[in-house]
Design a protein around this ligand. Sequence first.
Ligand SMILES: [Zn+2]
Ligand SMILES: [Zn+2]
Length: 123
Amino acid sequence: MQKKSETLAPEPEEIELKTAKQTLIVRWSDDHESFYTLRYLRGFCPCAECQGHEIGDWNFIESPTSIGIDSMEPVGNYALSIKFNDSHSTGIYSWEILRELCPCGGCRELYGDKHAMTKYPTH
Ligand SMILES: [Zn+2]
Ligand SMILES: [Zn+2]
């Protein structure tokens, strides 16, 4: 059985890595735009090693200040696999997780105190 919510969920139309700014920009099919710093993305890597088994309770992993992305690869048509320059490559960012991680004001409001930003060290 196909879930309707899956076909309606927003998907990235464009993923752009701004190496100089250590930022990943995602432009979504519903015209939403997300800006992630690489420290933030790496910090909330969704793999079991980084997040344990508690889904929905974000755990921040501090990264070296010079965090970068060595390579990115799509996984099927549902996720992005990111290999960071600290040789961590087990993070599979599904579109759903990526969207949930969007640090913009609107998304933070949507998820409230469950949003990853609440666990993000500002210094
Ligand atoms: Zn990880
Ligand atoms: Zn957002």
